[in-house]
Design a protein around this ligand. Structure first.
Ligand code: PLP
Length: 391
Protein backbone atom coordinates (compact mmCIF):
# COMPACT_ATOMS: atom_id res chain seq x y z
CA UNK A 1 0.00 0.00 0.00
CA UNK A 2 1.31 3.46 -0.84
CA UNK A 3 0.61 6.55 1.21
CA UNK A 4 -2.35 8.39 -0.24
CA UNK A 5 -1.43 11.81 -1.60
CA UNK A 6 -3.53 14.48 -3.24
CA UNK A 7 -7.21 15.01 -2.67
CA UNK A 8 -9.29 12.11 -1.37
CA UNK A 9 -11.94 11.48 -4.03
CA UNK A 10 -15.13 10.72 -2.22
CA UNK A 11 -17.54 8.91 -4.54
CA UNK A 12 -19.86 7.47 -1.94
CA UNK A 13 -23.60 7.95 -2.31
CA UNK A 14 -23.75 9.70 1.05
CA UNK A 15 -22.42 11.26 3.00
CA UNK A 16 -21.21 13.40 0.13
CA UNK A 17 -18.55 16.03 -0.48
CA UNK A 18 -19.09 19.08 1.70
CA UNK A 19 -18.25 22.32 -0.17
CA UNK A 20 -15.47 24.34 1.46
CA UNK A 21 -17.80 27.29 2.01
CA UNK A 22 -20.26 25.04 3.88
CA UNK A 23 -17.44 23.59 5.99
CA UNK A 24 -16.30 27.09 6.88
CA UNK A 25 -19.86 28.18 7.68
CA UNK A 26 -20.31 25.27 10.10
CA UNK A 27 -17.14 26.29 11.96
CA UNK A 28 -19.14 28.62 14.15
CA UNK A 29 -18.78 29.40 17.83
CA UNK A 30 -21.58 28.26 20.14
CA UNK A 31 -24.57 30.54 20.40
CA UNK A 32 -27.68 30.32 22.54
CA UNK A 33 -30.29 28.58 20.41
CA UNK A 34 -32.92 30.88 21.90
CA UNK A 35 -30.98 33.99 20.95
CA UNK A 36 -33.16 36.06 18.56
CA UNK A 37 -30.24 36.48 16.12
CA UNK A 38 -29.88 32.69 15.84
CA UNK A 39 -33.64 32.19 15.74
CA UNK A 40 -33.81 34.30 12.59
CA UNK A 41 -31.16 32.12 10.91
CA UNK A 42 -33.01 29.05 12.09
CA UNK A 43 -36.30 30.22 10.59
CA UNK A 44 -34.53 31.14 7.36
CA UNK A 45 -33.14 27.57 7.17
CA UNK A 46 -36.55 25.99 7.74
CA UNK A 47 -38.13 28.19 5.09
CA UNK A 48 -35.35 27.31 2.63
CA UNK A 49 -35.74 23.60 3.29
CA UNK A 50 -39.46 23.89 2.61
CA UNK A 51 -38.66 25.51 -0.73
CA UNK A 52 -36.36 22.61 -1.65
CA UNK A 53 -39.06 20.15 -0.53
CA UNK A 54 -41.69 22.18 -2.43
CA UNK A 55 -43.78 22.02 0.72
CA UNK A 56 -46.67 24.47 0.64
CA UNK A 57 -48.51 23.53 3.84
CA UNK A 58 -48.15 21.46 7.00
CA UNK A 59 -45.16 21.33 9.34
CA UNK A 60 -41.48 20.54 9.11
CA UNK A 61 -40.00 18.66 12.07
CA UNK A 62 -36.23 18.49 12.43
CA UNK A 63 -34.21 16.10 14.56
CA UNK A 64 -30.65 15.68 15.79
CA UNK A 65 -30.44 12.20 14.27
CA UNK A 66 -29.39 10.46 11.07
CA UNK A 67 -31.98 9.34 8.53
CA UNK A 68 -32.89 6.29 10.61
CA UNK A 69 -34.08 8.69 13.31
CA UNK A 70 -36.41 10.42 10.84
CA UNK A 71 -37.83 7.03 9.77
CA UNK A 72 -38.50 6.21 13.42
CA UNK A 73 -39.99 9.64 14.14
CA UNK A 74 -42.30 9.44 11.14
CA UNK A 75 -43.62 6.01 12.10
CA UNK A 76 -44.20 6.65 15.81
CA UNK A 77 -45.94 9.95 15.16
CA UNK A 78 -48.35 8.69 12.50
CA UNK A 79 -49.51 5.22 13.53
CA UNK A 80 -50.99 3.04 16.26
CA UNK A 81 -49.94 -0.49 17.25
CA UNK A 82 -50.93 -3.17 14.74
CA UNK A 83 -51.71 -0.80 11.86
CA UNK A 84 -50.66 -1.89 8.40
CA UNK A 85 -48.20 -0.27 5.98
CA UNK A 86 -47.83 -1.11 2.31
CA UNK A 87 -44.07 -1.05 1.66
CA UNK A 88 -42.91 -0.93 -1.96
CA UNK A 89 -39.88 -3.19 -2.10
CA UNK A 90 -36.90 -1.53 -3.76
CA UNK A 91 -33.80 -2.78 -1.97
CA UNK A 92 -31.88 -2.65 1.29
CA UNK A 93 -33.42 0.63 2.48
CA UNK A 94 -37.06 -0.34 1.89
CA UNK A 95 -36.32 -3.59 3.75
CA UNK A 96 -34.62 -1.79 6.63
CA UNK A 97 -37.44 0.75 6.95
CA UNK A 98 -39.98 -2.11 6.96
CA UNK A 99 -37.93 -3.95 9.58
CA UNK A 100 -37.97 -0.91 11.85
CA UNK A 101 -41.75 -0.55 11.42
CA UNK A 102 -42.23 -4.22 12.32
CA UNK A 103 -40.11 -3.79 15.45
CA UNK A 104 -42.32 -0.86 16.44
CA UNK A 105 -45.35 -3.15 16.27
CA UNK A 106 -46.71 -2.27 12.83
CA UNK A 107 -47.84 -4.83 10.29
CA UNK A 108 -46.08 -4.82 6.92
CA UNK A 109 -47.56 -5.78 3.59
CA UNK A 110 -44.99 -5.75 0.80
CA UNK A 111 -45.34 -4.98 -2.89
CA UNK A 112 -42.70 -7.41 -4.12
CA UNK A 113 -40.39 -6.28 -6.89
CA UNK A 114 -37.46 -7.33 -9.00
CA UNK A 115 -34.86 -4.95 -7.54
CA UNK A 116 -33.16 -4.57 -10.91
CA UNK A 117 -36.35 -3.40 -12.58
CA UNK A 118 -38.47 -1.83 -9.83
CA UNK A 119 -42.02 -2.39 -8.62
CA UNK A 120 -44.92 -2.60 -10.99
CA UNK A 121 -47.28 0.36 -10.46
CA UNK A 122 -50.28 -1.84 -11.33
CA UNK A 123 -49.34 -4.16 -8.45
CA UNK A 124 -49.48 -1.20 -6.04
CA UNK A 125 -52.91 -0.22 -7.30
CA UNK A 126 -54.08 -3.85 -7.10
CA UNK A 127 -52.95 -4.19 -3.48
CA UNK A 128 -54.90 -1.05 -2.59
CA UNK A 129 -58.04 -2.14 -4.50
CA UNK A 130 -57.88 -5.54 -2.77
CA UNK A 131 -57.81 -3.83 0.62
CA UNK A 132 -61.60 -3.70 0.82
CA UNK A 133 -61.54 -3.43 4.62
CA UNK A 134 -59.29 -0.35 4.53
CA UNK A 135 -56.55 -1.98 6.62
CA UNK A 136 -53.65 -0.24 4.86
CA UNK A 137 -52.88 3.04 6.63
CA UNK A 138 -49.98 4.17 4.44
CA UNK A 139 -48.08 3.48 1.24
CA UNK A 140 -44.31 3.78 1.79
CA UNK A 141 -41.84 4.42 -1.03
CA UNK A 142 -38.10 5.04 -1.11
CA UNK A 143 -37.83 7.69 -3.85
CA UNK A 144 -34.24 6.80 -4.60
CA UNK A 145 -33.13 3.37 -3.44
CA UNK A 146 -29.49 4.06 -2.66
CA UNK A 147 -28.56 0.36 -2.57
CA UNK A 148 -29.76 -0.53 -6.07
CA UNK A 149 -29.49 2.80 -7.90
CA UNK A 150 -33.15 2.79 -8.81
CA UNK A 151 -35.71 5.57 -8.40
CA UNK A 152 -39.48 5.23 -8.14
CA UNK A 153 -41.93 7.37 -10.16
CA UNK A 154 -43.77 9.09 -7.30
CA UNK A 155 -46.48 10.82 -9.39
CA UNK A 156 -47.42 7.41 -10.86
CA UNK A 157 -47.67 5.93 -7.34
CA UNK A 158 -49.85 8.87 -6.24
CA UNK A 159 -52.02 8.27 -9.30
CA UNK A 160 -52.34 4.56 -8.35
CA UNK A 161 -53.48 5.49 -4.82
CA UNK A 162 -56.03 7.90 -6.29
CA UNK A 163 -57.21 5.42 -8.93
CA UNK A 164 -57.88 2.87 -6.18
CA UNK A 165 -59.71 5.62 -4.23
CA UNK A 166 -57.73 4.57 -1.19
CA UNK A 167 -57.35 6.92 1.82
CA UNK A 168 -53.84 5.68 2.72
CA UNK A 169 -51.23 8.26 3.62
CA UNK A 170 -48.31 8.51 1.18
CA UNK A 171 -44.89 8.34 2.90
CA UNK A 172 -41.71 8.98 0.93
CA UNK A 173 -38.03 8.65 1.83
CA UNK A 174 -36.10 11.33 -0.10
CA UNK A 175 -32.80 10.82 1.70
CA UNK A 176 -30.77 10.31 -1.50
CA UNK A 177 -32.97 12.25 -3.94
CA UNK A 178 -33.73 15.60 -2.28
CA UNK A 179 -31.68 18.36 -3.86
CA UNK A 180 -30.45 15.98 -6.57
CA UNK A 181 -33.49 15.33 -8.70
CA UNK A 182 -37.06 16.50 -8.95
CA UNK A 183 -39.27 16.16 -5.91
CA UNK A 184 -42.47 18.10 -5.20
CA UNK A 185 -44.12 17.29 -1.91
CA UNK A 186 -47.37 19.24 -2.20
CA UNK A 187 -47.94 18.91 -5.94
CA UNK A 188 -47.39 15.12 -5.79
CA UNK A 189 -49.66 14.67 -2.78
CA UNK A 190 -47.02 13.30 -0.43
CA UNK A 191 -48.08 13.26 3.25
CA UNK A 192 -44.80 12.65 5.01
CA UNK A 193 -41.34 13.16 3.60
CA UNK A 194 -38.21 11.81 5.27
CA UNK A 195 -34.96 13.61 4.47
CA UNK A 196 -31.42 13.93 5.76
CA UNK A 197 -28.62 16.47 5.81
CA UNK A 198 -25.72 14.47 4.37
CA UNK A 199 -26.51 13.92 0.69
CA UNK A 200 -27.97 16.44 -1.76
CA UNK A 201 -27.93 19.12 0.94
CA UNK A 202 -24.12 18.75 1.19
CA UNK A 203 -24.00 19.01 5.00
CA UNK A 204 -22.43 16.71 7.58
CA UNK A 205 -24.50 13.73 8.73
CA UNK A 206 -26.53 14.12 11.91
CA UNK A 207 -29.61 16.15 11.12
CA UNK A 208 -32.75 14.69 9.57
CA UNK A 209 -36.35 15.77 9.21
CA UNK A 210 -39.93 14.93 8.36
CA UNK A 211 -42.12 17.26 6.33
CA UNK A 212 -45.73 16.52 7.30
CA UNK A 213 -48.86 17.45 5.34
CA UNK A 214 -52.09 18.61 7.03
CA UNK A 215 -53.45 15.06 6.59
CA UNK A 216 -50.37 13.69 8.31
CA UNK A 217 -50.86 16.13 11.19
CA UNK A 218 -54.46 14.94 11.54
CA UNK A 219 -53.27 11.30 11.59
CA UNK A 220 -50.70 12.27 14.23
CA UNK A 221 -53.46 13.45 16.57
CA UNK A 222 -54.97 9.92 16.49
CA UNK A 223 -51.67 7.97 16.57
CA UNK A 224 -51.03 5.87 19.67
CA UNK A 225 -47.56 4.32 19.23
CA UNK A 226 -45.32 5.14 22.20
CA UNK A 227 -42.98 8.06 21.54
CA UNK A 228 -40.50 10.04 23.53
CA UNK A 229 -37.61 11.87 21.87
CA UNK A 230 -39.47 12.29 18.59
CA UNK A 231 -42.91 13.41 19.79
CA UNK A 232 -44.27 15.99 17.34
CA UNK A 233 -46.89 17.23 19.84
CA UNK A 234 -44.13 18.03 22.33
CA UNK A 235 -42.09 19.68 19.56
CA UNK A 236 -45.02 21.87 18.51
CA UNK A 237 -45.09 23.25 22.04
CA UNK A 238 -41.51 24.52 21.71
CA UNK A 239 -40.53 27.82 20.05
CA UNK A 240 -38.46 25.96 17.45
CA UNK A 241 -41.33 23.53 16.72
CA UNK A 242 -38.64 20.86 16.31
CA UNK A 243 -35.85 19.12 18.22
CA UNK A 244 -35.93 17.91 21.79
CA UNK A 245 -33.42 19.74 23.92
CA UNK A 246 -30.43 21.54 22.47
CA UNK A 247 -30.72 22.68 18.86
CA UNK A 248 -27.60 21.76 16.81
CA UNK A 249 -26.92 25.38 15.88
CA UNK A 250 -23.88 24.80 13.66
CA UNK A 251 -26.03 22.89 11.16
CA UNK A 252 -28.05 26.02 10.55
CA UNK A 253 -25.01 28.12 9.65
CA UNK A 254 -24.05 25.33 7.24
CA UNK A 255 -27.60 25.02 5.94
CA UNK A 256 -27.76 28.75 5.22
CA UNK A 257 -24.69 28.37 3.00
CA UNK A 258 -25.78 25.13 1.31
CA UNK A 259 -29.19 26.64 0.52
CA UNK A 260 -27.41 29.69 -0.90
CA UNK A 261 -25.34 27.43 -3.17
CA UNK A 262 -28.40 25.45 -4.29
CA UNK A 263 -30.54 28.50 -4.90
CA UNK A 264 -27.78 30.47 -6.64
CA UNK A 265 -27.32 27.56 -9.04
CA UNK A 266 -31.10 27.12 -9.26
CA UNK A 267 -32.86 23.85 -8.44
CA UNK A 268 -33.52 23.08 -12.12
CA UNK A 269 -29.83 23.54 -12.92
CA UNK A 270 -28.87 21.37 -9.94
CA UNK A 271 -31.12 18.62 -11.31
CA UNK A 272 -29.75 19.05 -14.85
CA UNK A 273 -26.17 18.78 -13.54
CA UNK A 274 -26.99 15.59 -11.66
CA UNK A 275 -28.60 14.13 -14.77
CA UNK A 276 -25.59 15.04 -16.91
CA UNK A 277 -23.09 13.52 -14.48
CA UNK A 278 -25.23 10.39 -14.03
CA UNK A 279 -25.47 9.97 -17.82
CA UNK A 280 -21.68 10.04 -18.00
CA UNK A 281 -21.31 7.40 -15.31
CA UNK A 282 -23.91 5.17 -16.96
CA UNK A 283 -22.22 5.51 -20.36
CA UNK A 284 -18.93 4.43 -18.76
CA UNK A 285 -20.52 1.39 -17.12
CA UNK A 286 -22.15 0.38 -20.40
CA UNK A 287 -18.71 0.44 -22.02
CA UNK A 288 -17.19 -1.65 -19.20
CA UNK A 289 -19.97 -4.20 -19.60
CA UNK A 290 -18.44 -5.24 -22.93
CA UNK A 291 -16.12 -8.24 -22.72
CA UNK A 292 -18.37 -9.65 -19.95
CA UNK A 293 -17.42 -6.88 -17.57
CA UNK A 294 -19.37 -5.19 -14.76
CA UNK A 295 -22.79 -3.91 -15.76
CA UNK A 296 -25.55 -1.56 -14.59
CA UNK A 297 -27.50 -3.19 -11.78
CA UNK A 298 -30.63 -1.25 -12.75
CA UNK A 299 -31.94 -2.65 -16.02
CA UNK A 300 -34.91 -0.29 -16.30
CA UNK A 301 -33.85 2.81 -18.27
CA UNK A 302 -36.85 4.75 -16.97
CA UNK A 303 -35.85 4.25 -13.35
CA UNK A 304 -32.08 4.63 -13.33
CA UNK A 305 -31.04 6.94 -10.52
CA UNK A 306 -29.45 10.32 -11.18
CA UNK A 307 -27.69 10.32 -7.79
CA UNK A 308 -26.10 6.86 -7.52
CA UNK A 309 -25.11 4.10 -9.93
CA UNK A 310 -24.95 0.53 -8.67
CA UNK A 311 -22.58 -1.67 -10.67
CA UNK A 312 -23.00 -5.44 -10.74
CA UNK A 313 -19.81 -7.49 -10.93
CA UNK A 314 -19.45 -10.44 -13.31
CA UNK A 315 -20.38 -13.79 -11.73
CA UNK A 316 -17.74 -14.85 -9.19
CA UNK A 317 -15.86 -11.52 -9.14
CA UNK A 318 -15.55 -9.72 -5.80
CA UNK A 319 -16.63 -6.07 -5.75
CA UNK A 320 -14.69 -5.52 -2.54
CA UNK A 321 -11.38 -6.17 -4.32
CA UNK A 322 -12.13 -3.25 -6.67
CA UNK A 323 -13.12 -0.99 -3.78
CA UNK A 324 -10.02 -1.90 -1.80
CA UNK A 325 -7.67 -1.13 -4.70
CA UNK A 326 -9.49 2.12 -5.45
CA UNK A 327 -9.15 3.20 -1.82
CA UNK A 328 -5.64 2.02 -1.05
CA UNK A 329 -3.94 2.65 -4.38
CA UNK A 330 -5.87 5.63 -5.77
CA UNK A 331 -7.33 7.30 -2.66
CA UNK A 332 -10.84 7.00 -4.08
CA UNK A 333 -13.74 5.92 -1.88
CA UNK A 334 -16.55 3.98 -3.58
CA UNK A 335 -19.77 2.68 -2.02
CA UNK A 336 -20.06 -1.02 -1.26
CA UNK A 337 -22.90 -3.49 -1.70
CA UNK A 338 -25.47 -3.47 1.11
CA UNK A 339 -27.23 -6.48 2.62
CA UNK A 340 -27.76 -9.28 0.11
CA UNK A 341 -25.77 -7.33 -2.51
CA UNK A 342 -22.60 -7.29 -0.35
CA UNK A 343 -19.55 -8.21 -2.48
CA UNK A 344 -21.68 -8.45 -5.62
CA UNK A 345 -21.91 -4.75 -6.45
CA UNK A 346 -20.12 -1.50 -5.86
CA UNK A 347 -21.65 1.95 -6.09
CA UNK A 348 -20.56 5.28 -7.48
CA UNK A 349 -22.25 8.20 -5.78
CA UNK A 350 -22.70 11.20 -8.06
CA UNK A 351 -24.66 13.64 -5.95
CA UNK A 352 -24.02 16.87 -4.19
CA UNK A 353 -20.98 19.07 -4.75
CA UNK A 354 -19.60 17.45 -7.89
CA UNK A 355 -18.58 18.23 -11.46
CA UNK A 356 -17.45 16.45 -14.63
CA UNK A 357 -13.75 16.50 -13.78
CA UNK A 358 -14.36 14.88 -10.40
CA UNK A 359 -16.52 12.18 -12.02
CA UNK A 360 -13.81 11.55 -14.64
CA UNK A 361 -11.23 11.13 -11.88
CA UNK A 362 -13.41 8.54 -10.18
CA UNK A 363 -14.13 6.69 -13.42
CA UNK A 364 -10.43 6.55 -14.26
CA UNK A 365 -9.65 5.17 -10.80
CA UNK A 366 -12.38 2.54 -11.15
CA UNK A 367 -11.02 1.48 -14.54
CA UNK A 368 -7.47 1.21 -13.19
CA UNK A 369 -8.78 -0.77 -10.21
CA UNK A 370 -10.72 -3.16 -12.46
CA UNK A 371 -7.51 -3.78 -14.40
CA UNK A 372 -5.43 -4.39 -11.29
CA UNK A 373 -8.10 -6.67 -9.81
CA UNK A 374 -8.06 -8.75 -13.01
CA UNK A 375 -11.74 -8.09 -13.77
CA UNK A 376 -12.51 -8.31 -17.50
CA UNK A 377 -14.14 -5.18 -18.91
CA UNK A 378 -14.80 -3.38 -22.16
CA UNK A 379 -12.74 -0.40 -23.33
CA UNK A 380 -13.66 3.20 -24.07
CA UNK A 381 -15.51 4.00 -20.84
CA UNK A 382 -13.91 7.42 -20.29
CA UNK A 383 -14.53 8.51 -23.87
CA UNK A 384 -18.13 7.32 -23.55
CA UNK A 385 -18.57 9.37 -20.35
CA UNK A 386 -17.15 12.52 -21.95
CA UNK A 387 -19.41 12.09 -24.95
CA UNK A 388 -22.43 11.63 -22.66
CA UNK A 389 -21.68 14.87 -20.78
CA UNK A 390 -22.35 16.77 -24.02
CA UNK A 391 -21.20 20.34 -24.60
N1 PLP B 1 -32.87 5.90 3.35
C1 PLP B 1 -32.04 5.97 2.30
C2 PLP B 1 -32.61 5.99 0.93
C3 PLP B 1 -30.66 6.04 2.50
O1 PLP B 1 -29.83 6.12 1.45
C4 PLP B 1 -30.15 6.03 3.82
C5 PLP B 1 -28.69 6.09 4.06
O2 PLP B 1 -27.89 6.03 3.17
C6 PLP B 1 -31.05 5.94 4.88
C7 PLP B 1 -32.40 5.89 4.62
C8 PLP B 1 -30.58 5.93 6.29
O3 PLP B 1 -30.03 7.15 6.63
P1 PLP B 1 -28.89 7.30 7.74
O4 PLP B 1 -27.75 6.45 7.31
O5 PLP B 1 -28.60 8.77 7.71
O6 PLP B 1 -29.48 6.85 9.03
Amino acid sequence: MISPRGRHFFANPGPTNIPDSVLLATAHASVDFNDPAFFAIYQEGRAGLRRVLRQESGELFLYTASGHGAWDATLVNLFSPGERLLMISSGYFSETWAGMAARLGLEIQTVAADWRHGADIAAIERALRDDTKGMIRAVCAVHNETSTGLSLPLPAIRAAIDAARHPALFLVDTISSLGSFDFRMSEWGVDAVVGGSQKGLMLPAGMSFTAASERALAAHREARLARGYFDWTAMLGRPHKSFMGTVPVTFFYGLRESLRLIEDEGLENVFARHHRLASGVRAAVRAWSGNRGPELFCTNPERVSDSVTTILMPEGADAESVRTIARERFNVSLGGGLGALGGKVFRIGHLGDLNEAMVMGTLAAVEMSLGRAGIPHGQGALDAAMAAFGD
